[in-house]
Design a binder for this molecule. Sequence first.
Ligand code: CO
Length: 223
Amino acid sequence: MDVLETLIRRNREWARGVLEQDPAFFRKLSEQQAPDYLWIGCADSRVPANQIVGLLPGELFVHRNVANVVLHADLNCMSVLQFAVEVLQVEQVIVCGHYGCGGVRAALDDARLGLVDHWIRHVREVAHRHAGALAALPDDQRRWDRLCELNALEQAHNVCQSTTVQDAWARGARLAVHACIYGVGDGLLRVLAGGVSGPGEVAALAAAAGGAGRASGRTKALE
Ligand code: CO
C-alpha cells in the first residue's frame, strides 16, 4: 500500500502542476482526444514515449510491447493501428526501436527466458534475415546496435504492409510511416527511414536496412 500511496501522492503533485500551467487542461482533454501521431515502441521503462518527444497527454497515441514488434496476427497491435488511422485519423505512425533493447539482445543471444521467447522469436527472424550483414560487423556491440535498427525498420515495414495502412493509402489518405531509433545512453531520437507515404515508398525501408541491391536476398521481407 505504501507503494501506491507514493504514486498517488506523486499523481496529485503532477496534476496540480499541470493545472498551474493551464487551468483548463484536463477539462479540454476530457472532451476529446485528437493526437497527431501513433507511436509504436518498446515497453522498456527507459523509453517513455511522450516524455522523449516532449508531447503532452492527448498528443500521442501509444502502443508498446517488448522490442516494438508489429505482427499482423497480433489483434492488440492491429486494433491500435486501425483505431488510430481510421477513427482518430492520425497521419503519422512512428515505429521506434531503441539501442540497448533487452528483447533484441535476447534474440541475438538465443536466450531462453520463458514465455517471452515466443514473442522474441519474431526479432530472431529479423536477425536471421540479416545474418550476413550482422556477421560482417566488427564487434558484438555493433551487432546489437544494428539489430535494434533493423528490427525498427522491419517492424515499420510490417506497419506499411498492414491492411489498415494499405487501405488508407488506396483511398488517398495522408499517412506517413517512420522508423526511428532512440538512444537510452544520450536521450536522442534518430530517424532511420522517414516519411514513407505510399506503396511506392516502402522500398526506402529496405534501402535503410541495406536490402536494396543485396545479392543474398536475405532482406526479402523488406522488399
Ligand atoms: Co527494448
